[in-house]
Design a protein around this ligand. Structure first.
Ligand code: GDP
Ligand code: IMO
Ligand code: MG
Length: 433
């Protein structure tokens, strides 16, 4: 039997495109759903049956009976946040232990990583990244510095010593930064209390199946099983291709699937690029099409653009085609999925940035961070559809002005839009192929 391929879902803007919803919608077509990078900085929202669920570490296939959800080696796990997610799932009637495998090579976020994240942000002052303060940067730093703790370590008889040593190292770094660790809070509680919950979380994690998931996935592909890789964040937050340094610390692009799950490049099948019909960004960094006006406020209000992880207000702006073309290129996107156009139902006119200009000249390629802060978007205007989209399930029944918007994006990206989401619920989805 020929080995099966791994399909990929990833965000191609600045995160929060709606990846969680689409993974949940497509999960019935797959046997295994695997997260390959990021950690609890992610907030993936899923709505069905009148309930809303937000996942941070756990893959978005978890609500489907009979599917295996894998937390890959590229993911970071905070034992405390993980346990909260588990408790919420159990409350919703889902027992995740039977549906999940965790890589023994996934790194742990320690409570002191979270304090380091806060201390480093504080030191940056006005140039702060706007991190989610979940400890992502410091934990990936320890991974590459080869001093991190991994899931496999929690079974070692030496774990307590290893934990204590790394914690002490972090506390001395914090003292060096002049950070008052003694009275620091994490999630509004004294950090010592957070540490207690974290250690209880480690105990809970010991009850999960922690294995070398690269072997599991290889065997699954040999058996022809269908695998869907779930990305977190978005390409414009990628540590290499995003607007550095205003990025996250992992590879959010398709190539990240290979290192984050231990699968070869030849195993990659379809790559779904998820994008909003407009743009949002949380945290600092360039955002060429940002709207600081009433229209931006309307997008925020209609789209409920407040972070699923931090509750922060998201910055909003028009769709940015130069950025999109760049992210399609670095990811090798094969299928586009457009989200949240319903947020603009009432707009009489929509704008789309077709290109950028700087000093009177067209900027050809997607620019570096400094240039991106200074470019001027060149907009085309399109008529709005001024009809509610959310009840529509059939492409043919969509308003002509909306179809023109979809076709225009298709023409400018060279790709067809294969799925259109017209509301947050599972059911509010149109298959266009
Ligand atoms: P993710 O991080 O990419 O999974 O996205 P988030 O969950 O952070 O943010 C997407 C938000 O938009 C969530 O609140 C979703 O419930 C919501 N959402 C997803 N698709 C649609 C859509 O088509 N229309 C509307 N109005 N909301 C959507
Ligand atoms: P999902 O998976 C949107 C942003 C933060 C900050 C930068 C670095 O829900 O799309 P970090 O905590 O990673 O050090 O923060 O990245 N960021 C996200 N923005 N969605 C996310 O995840 C994000 N994860 C991180 O706001 O600007
Ligand atoms: Mg999110």
């Amino acid at each position: 039997m020929q080995k099966s391929k791994i399909d990929v879902i990833l965000g191609i803007q600045w995160g929060d495109e709606g990846k969680g919803k689409i993974v949940d919608v497509l999960a019935p077509r797959y046997d295994i759903i695997a997260r390959f990078q990021g950690g609890p900085n992610a907030g993936h929202t899923i709505k069905f049956g009148g309930a809303t669920h937000v996942l941070h570490t756990i893959p978005s296939g978890i609500f489907h009976e009979g599917k295996v959800n894998v937390i890959g080696n590229g993911v970071l796990v905070d034992a405390c946040i993980f346990c909260r997610e588990i408790a919420e799932l159990r409350q919703a009637g889902v027992e995740p232990r039977r549906r999940m495998k965790i890589s023994d090579k996934a790194h742990l976020i320690l409570p002191t990583h979270r304090m380091l994240d806060a201390a480093l942000e504080q030191r940056k002052g006005a140039r702060k990244i706007g991190s989610t303060v979940k400890g992502i940067g410091p934990a990936y730093t320890d991974k590459t510095a080869r001093c991190g703790l991994r899931m496999g370590d929690i079974f070692s008889t030496d774990f307590t010593r290893k934990y204590r040593e790394l914690k002490e190292e972090h506390l001395s770094q914090l003292a060096h930064y002049g950070f008052d660790a003694e009275s620091a809070l994490i999630d509004q509680m004294p950090w010592q209390e957070y540490e207690k919950q974290w250690l209880a979380g480690i105990e809970e994690l010991r009850g999960f199946e922690v294995v070398s998931t690269e072997f599991y996935l290889d065997e699954a592909m040999r058996q022809g099983k269908k695998i869907l890789a779930e990305g977190a964040q978005g390409t414009l937050l990628d540590v290499d291709f995003g607007s550095y340094p205003f990025v996250t610390s992992s590879s959010t692009v398709t190539a990240g699937v290979c290192v984050g799950l231990g699968v070869p490049p030849s195993a990659i099948g379809k790559v779904y690029g998820i994008f909003k019909a407009y743009c949002t960004r949380v945290g600092s960094g360039p955002f060429p099409t940002e709207l600081d006006d009433e229209t931006g406020e309307t997008l925020r209000r209609n789209g409920h653009e407040f972070g699923a992880t931090t509750g922060r207000s998201r910055r909003t702006g028009w769709l940015d085609l130069p950025a999109l073309r760049y992210t399609l290129m670095v990811n090798g996107i094969t299928d586009l999925v457009m989200m949240k156009a319903d947020v603009m139902d009432d707009f009489p006119v929509l704008k789309v940035a077709e290109s950028y200009r700087m000093d009177g000249k067209r900027v050809e390629n997607y620019p570096d961070t400094e240039t991106a802060e200074n470019v001027e978007p060149v907009y085309v205007e399109m008529p709005g559809w001024q009809r509610p989209l959310s009840g529509i399930r059939d492409y043919a029944a969509l308003p002509a002005a909306f179809k023109a918007y979809v076709e225009y994006i298709g023409k400018n990206t060279g790709l067809d839009i294969k799925m259109i989401s017209v509301g947050p619920d599972r059911e509010e989805t149109i298959m266009n192929a």
